[in-house]
Design a protein around this ligand. Structure first.
Ligand code: HEM
Length: 493
């Protein structure tokens, strides 16, 4: 009798627990359904998770597991292939879009969508001329910022110095007695490159100071925005201030040179000069703080993704010896057919390295360096019969497209040959975004990776210490211990 009673009570408690948690779990969804009941179209499918935290725990679980795609795959399995889902992440209701046409539509519609990054990123990447201005002003600043890094002439200017940075870095790495943290080392390479491009500075002290502050800033990007000492976000805000301080003397020096008419001795105009000159033209105004912000943003955006691109390209190649061999043969061939009078790489040669370019595209597809781009709806928008309510954030989930077997058969496989005569359909390849916010550094990043791979393939190989090392994608692609490895010199091809 007593056993029967205990079993009955336990079963009742279990049922209450299940019903109770189901009830609580649905509260968030009901709240938004009631709030939006007068709208003409329904919200996209899926659920809004728990009150307050939404689906954050599930997101963290999948993204830290090394299988980030299982997050979106679960949605697809549970709610069908609509390519648009509702969710609740980073303290806000969100709509996820992961179908090529819809992604393009959101990215190219500047009337109905504006940038919509989480609060932590908004504060840390604050940059008035790139973010808090009208579309027309953004276009003006975007053109200005892009001019020193886009096009044949601009890129040719950096080639020699980028080559020097790569050659010296690889030599230094191969001289190290102990394994190195590959990601950290790639960060140094991309950082030296970006400081040279934007500030024309090879001052090692500045490079070092900026480097450590930039890492602190990066770590705070997806942190909880609590500005109290001890919290990651606070450290990141402090790092941001330090970055601005480090940049100020460079801005001041350059301004003095311009005022004294001394810039002729200065070989070329870098972005610093261009931004300072803008203060005198008839375009939208740029304060000193804006110049510092733009430089900080470019330095940050310019090296924190390229380092991962560099690291992934050599680790993927090392994991696939046949692909590495094919890539190496192309480089050996290029070097062999080069005129003996030509000492350095040329842009023309790089453009002819078809297989290398495919290796880079495949790296960008597989690594999915930016897990999503963020927008916010400025009006109610109807997409495929579903509503994206005004004020909701939209996550353009490009990695789901890059990993979709409909566009990339056997998507998990690293296979540069898939790009042979392949023309990606609109919206199916978005490593650099699209529309007016398309990454202005795409060509520069690909140039840096090409130069690095050229010298790496000719003269070095990588020996990983922990090939099975855990990879997390939270918030961005990262291998544990930053991928420990030795760079070994093999020959001087
Ligand atoms: C492999 C390397 C890189 C990747 C994967 C990458 C990816 C991206 C993506 C996806 C966006 C679009 C963000 C959005 O739409 O919200 C973006 C924007 C941006 N990127 Fe890159 N990027 C890389 C390298 C660079 C470099 C080298 C620079 C600078 C020289 C740079 C500067 C910027 C800037 C300034 C923006 C903002 C543009 C705007 O808001 O108008 N990026 N990047």
């Amino acid at each position: 009798m007593e056993v029967h009673w205990v079993c009955m009570s336990a079963a009742t408690l279990l049922v209450c627990d299940i019903i109770g948690s189901k009830f609580v779990r649905n509260l968030n969804g009901w709240y938004y359904d009631v709030k939006l009941r007068r709208k003409k179209h329904p919200l996209p499918p899926s659920d809004m998770g728990w009150p307050l935290i939404g689906n954050l725990l599930s997101f963290i679980k999948h993204f830290s597991s090394g299988h980030p795609d299982s997050f979106i795959n679960n949605l697809l399995l549970k709610y069908g292939q609509s390519g648009i889902y509702k969710t609740h992440l980073f303290g806000n209701p969100n709509i996820i879009v992961c179908e090529p046409q819809m992604c393009r539509r959101v990215l190219t519609d500047d009337v109905n969508f504006k940038l919509g990054y989480p609060k932590s990123i908004k504060k840390l990447a604050r940059c008035r001329p790139m973010i808090d201005v009208s579309n027309a002003e953004h276009k003006h600043f975007q053109r200005l910022i892009t001019s020193p890094i886009v096009g044949h002439k601009a890129l040719t200017m950096y080639l020699e110095r980028l080559e020097e940075i790569v050659i010296n870095s690889l030599e230094e790495l191969s001289n190290m007695k102990h394994p190195v943290e590959l990601l950290k080392e790639m960060k140094k390479v991309s950082f030296k490159a970006i400081v040279h491009v934007f500030m024309g500075s090879s001052n090692q002290d500045i490079v070092k100071k900026i480097g450590s502050s930039s890492t602190d800033l990066y770590n705070g990007m997806f942190s909880i925005p609590i500005n109290v000492p001890g919290f990651t976000f606070h450290t990141a805000l402090e790092a941001r201030k330090k970055l601005a301080k480090i940049g100020q003397p460079v801005v001041d020096d350059r301004r003095l040179m311009i005022e004294n008419g001394q810039q002729e001795g200065h070989q070329r105009k870098d972005l610093n000069d261009i931004l300072l000159e803008v203060q005198d033209d008839n375009g939208p105004n740029m304060e000193d703080e804006d110049v510092r912000d733009v430089l900080a943003r470019l330095k940050f955006a310019g090296h924190e993704s390229t380092d991962t691109g560099l690291m992934c390209s050599i680790t993927y190649l090392t994991l696939h010896p046949c692909i590495l061999l094919q890539a190496k043969e192309e480089q050996v061939d290029k070097k062999r057919t080069r005129l003996s009078s030509q000492k350095q790489l040329s842009l023309k040669e790089i453009k002819q390295m078809v297989y290398l370019s495919q290796v880079i595209d495949e790296t960008l597809r597989c690594a999915n360096i930016a897990f999503a781009t963020f927008r916010e709806a400025t009006a109610d928008v109807n997409i495929n019969g579903y509503i994206i309510p005004k004020g909701w954030r939209v996550l353009i989930w490009a990695r789901a497209i890059h990993m979709d077997s409909e566009y990339y058969p056997n998507p998990e496989e690293f296979n540069p040959s898939r790009w042979d005569d392949y023309n990606a359909k609109a919206g199916t390849f978005l490593p650099f975004g699209a529309g007016s916010r398309l990454c202005p550094g795409a060509d520069l990043a690909k140039l840096e990776i090409s130069i690095f791979l050229h010298y790496f393939l000719l003269n070095y190989r990588l020996e990983r210490v922990n090939t099975e090392c855990h990879v997390t994608s939270l918030p961005v692609y990262k291998a544990s211990f930053n991928c420990l490895a030795k760079v070994i010199k093999v020959s001087c091809a």
